[in-house]
Design a protein around this ligand. Structure first.
Ligand SMILES: C[S@@+](CC[C@H](N)C(=O)[O-])C[C@H]1O[C@@H](n2cnc3c(N)ncnc32)[C@H](O)[C@@H]1O
Length: 276
């Protein structure tokens, strides 16, 4: 377990994340002394279809200003800041990778959002929160790094209030065969755990989560990759902005993700559920 945790932190962590992002924001012509969450969106949404997907997934959560959302596997805090800014809700993020948590906190402070958004380091399989303490939860492109899907589903169910909503996105294993690596979440299979959509659904339902909507994101993902007219290449701007945090090989990793979707090795899923 310690090895897996170390492997994941090595994969995602990195030095001077905040400095690199601020330099990129400044290069794009913004005044970083007046930093806003919007200025960070090109760099801080680590899931397929980036901000467009965050918007669509957030809309499924029926959020309002009275609510407290848990972002499980919150990365550098992009989705959390988006939800707080767009709906006025409180957001707590939890993530295994210490350098991401530190960067998430600092970027949030610089955006003057710390009264609404906070982050903690921890494992999604054993979260330091009491039962039924959140109105809603999201878990965006995290579970590919987690073998124990049923344990993750049980833990998210535990912290949700009755009828509390969840959005869980994950690349599931498709019929096309094993994936091409390296990928955005893993450079090799050591830290990547893929299951079929049927297995994922059964893990969620078995944990006491009622599926409200099961969205196959294959076509939307293919369309996003084709947008630049160079299918399956993603747009140049999205590759460059993600490289700021994810490293110079990110373009290759993202291309492999698109190729795996095109070849039906992956079926990207957005599952909307609620605590039964
Ligand atoms: C692809 S990133 C997605 C980040 C964020 N959800 C987003 O969409 O911008 C996956 C994140 O999951 C985190 N993660 C992986 N395994 C985890 C675990 N067991 N507990 C908590 N976080 C985990 C990683 O540290 C990483 O930040």
């Amino acid at each position: 377990m310690a090895d897996l945790s170390t492997g994941i932190q090595r994969h995602y962590g990195g030095a001077a994340i905040v400095q690199r992002v601020l330099a990129a924001v400044a290069d794009s012509g913004h005044d970083v002394s007046r930093l806003t969450a919007e200025m960070l969106y090109p760099y801080d949404q680590f899931h397929w279809r980036s901000l467009a997907a965050t918007r669509e997934n957030a809309a499924k959560l029926n959020l309002d200003a009275s609510m407290h959302l848990l972002d499980v596997g919150s990365g550098v805090g992009g989705p959390a800041r988006y939800m707080a800014c767009s709906f006025g809700c409180r957001v707590t993020g939890i993530d295994l990778t210490e350098e991401f948590v530190a960067a998430a906190q600092e970027l949030t402070e610089r955006c003057r959002l710390s009264d609404k958004v906070a982050f903690r380091q921890g494992d999604a399989l054993a979260m330091p929160f009491s039962e039924a303490s959140f109105d809603a939860a999201c878990c965006l492109n995290v579970a590919m790094n987690i073998n124990n899907k049923a344990g993750l589903a049980r833990e998210i169910r535990r912290i949700l209030k009755p009828r509390g909503r969840l959005v869980w996105t994950e690349a599931t294993q498709g019929p096309g065969g094993p994936p091409h690596y390296p990928l955005p979440w893993a450079r090799n299979p050591d830290i990547s755990f893929l299951v079929s959509g049927r297995e994922l659904r059964s893990a969620m339902e078995g944990a006491g989560l009622r599926i409200v909507e099961w969205i196959d994101e294959t076509e939307a993902t293919r369309a996003a990759f084709a947008q630049a007219g160079r299918s399956p290449q993603p747009s140049a701007s999205s590759m460059i902005s993600n490289q700021v945090i994810m490293g110079d090989d990110f373009a290759e990793r993202l291309n492999n993700f698109g190729r795996n979707v095109l070849e039906e090795r992956f079926v990207p899923i957005s599952a909307i559920a609620e605590r039964a």
